[in-house]
Design a protein. Structure first.
Length: 576
């Protein structure tokens, strides 16, 4: 049997890779000549050639694959990702028996063949880092909506930009706009539509409940006027504004930190020699990228609050925070001060129609910048700078006991909600201190953040009999995600068994954070996981740092392997 097997999922990270591996192994055991096309976002997709398509007896498409027109006239079997995990060999047997000739219809932005009574949902997911929660939440919402017979399309606004973008036609035809975001997103496209907003964590972990609430609680959105915000959304507004600033700051931190680390390849003090490559790298990283960190943080906090008129006052306030020594804490203050000042002027200051056009381009930037700048210089800058200096001196001079305690706290926070507000608070603390040349907290934060996903992967290896086949495959993907510093790889396990998974993760994370601080490990870059270690001098005490990560992973893995209850095997119905 010659076959082409195509796998795809919205995130292109975990499920599509797992499904490809499972089906490739099953096809090999059945002596099929199978070409595997794994449509993923982490490596180059090797697409089936036209010769392979022409020679194939059956084409198995698992998930919502792209570019289906090339299979027109071929024998094709379509199925969901879930259908292939329980018994892959039986799945392929059913695929060969039930495949039908595929007639491709040109896709339009709105599914013309969908029943008129079918509910239509469009939406956006976005998280501060734009790596895991963004795509996993989109996948969860799409799968749940399709299970309920709805037409759905979710736009992901991740670290690589907007993917699966919504068109004006799709938005116009939608019954509901579902926003699962921890940062502010452009809402102007949804003016006049029924909109429901929630967090990516809720969209991922409580998908069914959130969809049900969306249809009952959504309100008509009026862009530029009173927003349809629930009380819960108002309470979380400050967090969203902060995370918007952090998400725009992160690329500068990553690029700057790695450039600084690369400058150290030539020697720890080689950058002091003017005109050398080491000096140039330090200028790019420390002199430029890190110099922009606080202004960009403040600017996009203000942008999140007041839209475009808040950007200039926020950037100016952030620059003043840097120049006065107030650091990232001052930048946060400047961002909120500039944003709410600009928003107050926009909402309260009324001008004649002939002068209205001057308000967003002249009056708001000028007045908000003056107010923010004067307050930062004469009121906020000095005290916050004192706080930052005290914090930096305390961290740099802290003894081993205090350092270990801080590591325990940061490590436990990183593992508590796996990418949620507590996790992001610890992460933001570590990132903010990089601009003050304080690198040990960032090392503890990243090391602890790798533990949950790696620990879950280890647990599935240590106690295989307690996990079903799908969980064991998910454990492999989770381990890899953990190595990449994507804590969210543990979410599928935490969602099913939170009372055992979360304590196990926190125990391992706390140990890792404590050990990292104890050995004085320093990290120059705030992301990248284990792969940062391949950059010379990006982290100090490499082997002790790896030992800290390994110790925490072992504690989490062993603890959960012991606590996990044996999985009850249930028959999973096959999808025809």
């Amino acid at each position: 049997m010659k076959a082409i097997i195509v796998t795809s999922c919205p995130s292109g990270i975990a499920n599509t890779i797992i499904a490809a591996g499972v089906l490739e192994k099953a096809a090999s055991a059945m002596n099929w000549q199978a070409t595997i096309e794994c449509q993923n976002t982490v490596k180059t997709v090797e697409k089936a050639s036209q010769a392979d398509i022409d020679a194939a007896d059956v084409i198995v498409v698992v998930g919502a694959a792209n570019d289906m027109a090339r299979f027109n006239g071929k024998s094709v079997y379509l199925a969901s990702l879930d259908a292939c995990f329980a018994d892959p060999k039986q799945f392929l047997t059913d695929a060969a028996a039930n495949a039908k000739t595929y007639a491709h219809a040109e896709e339009t932005s709105v599914d013309a063949q969908a029943p008129s009574s079918q509910k239509r949902i469009v939406g956006i997911t976005a998280c501060p880092t734009g790596v895991a929660h963004t795509f996993m939440a989109a996948e969860a919402v799409e799968e749940e909506a399709k299970t309920q017979g709805m037409w759905v399309k979710i736009e992901t606004r991740g670290s690589v930009g907007a993917k699966n973008q919504l068109t004006a036609e799709e938005i116009a035809a939608a019954d509901l706009v579902f926003i699962g975001a921890d940062i502010e997103v452009d809402m102007s496209r949804f003016d006049g539509k029924r909109v429901y907003r929630t967090s990516t964590g809720a969209a991922l972990k409580k998908t069914k409940e959130e969809l049900a609430k969306a249809f009952t609680e959504a309100e008509v959105y009026k862009h530029g006027g009173a927003k349809a915000d629930s009380n819960k959304q108002e309470r979380t507004g400050a967090y969203k504004h902060l995370m918007t600033g952090v998400s725009h700051m992160l690329p500068l931190v990553v690029a700057g930190g790695l450039c600084i680390a690369l400058s150290f390849v030539f020697g720890i003090e080689a950058f002091k020699e003017s005109g050398t490559l080491a000096a140039a790298l330090m200028e790019i990283g420390g002199g430029s990228a890190f110099a922009l960190m606080v202004p960009v943080l403040a600017g996009f906090i203000a942008f999140s609050i007041a839209d475009r008129p808040g950007l200039a006052p926020g950037l100016i306030g952030g620059m003043l925070a840097s120049s006065t020594g107030a650091g990232f804490l001052g930048g946060i203050v400047a961002g909120f001060l500039a944003g709410y000042t600009a928003k107050f002027i926009a909402d309260k200051v009324q001008l004649p129609d002939s002068m209205a056009a001057l308000k967003p381009i002249l009056i708001i930037p000028l007045v908000a910048s003056l107010i923010t700048g004067l307050i930062m210089i004469f009121v906020v800058g000095g005290p916050v700078a004192g706080v930052m200096n005290s914090l930096t001196e305390f961290l740099n001079s802290m003894g081993s006991t205090n350092a270990v305690l801080l590591g325990v706290i940061l490590g436990a926070m990183m593992c508590f909600d796996l990418g949620g507000p507590v996790n992001k608070a610890a992460y933001t603390f570590g990132v903010g201190l990089l601009a003050s040349q304080t690198y040990t907290p960032m090392a503890a934060v990243m090391a602890a953040g790798m533990v949950p996903a790696m620990g879950m992967g280890l647990a599935t290896m240590l106690a295989r009999s307690k996990f079903n086949a799908q969980e064991r495959e998910a454990g492999k993907a989770s381990f890899v995600l953990g190595m990449c510093f994507i804590s969210e790889g543990a979410i599928p396990f935490a969602a099913r068994d939170p009372m055992r998974v979360i304590p196990a993760c926190m125990a391992g994370g706390a140990l890792t954070g404590a050990l990292s601080m104890l050995v004085g490990a320093k990290l120059m870059a705030p992301h990248g996981g284990i792969f940062v270690l391949f950059i010379p001098n990006a982290i100090t005490s490499v082997f002790l740092y790896l030992a800290a990560i390994a110790a925490g992973t072992a504690v989490t893995g062993i603890l959960y392997a012991v606590l996990k209850q044996r999985e009850t095997v249930q028959a999973v119905p096959q999808q025809a």
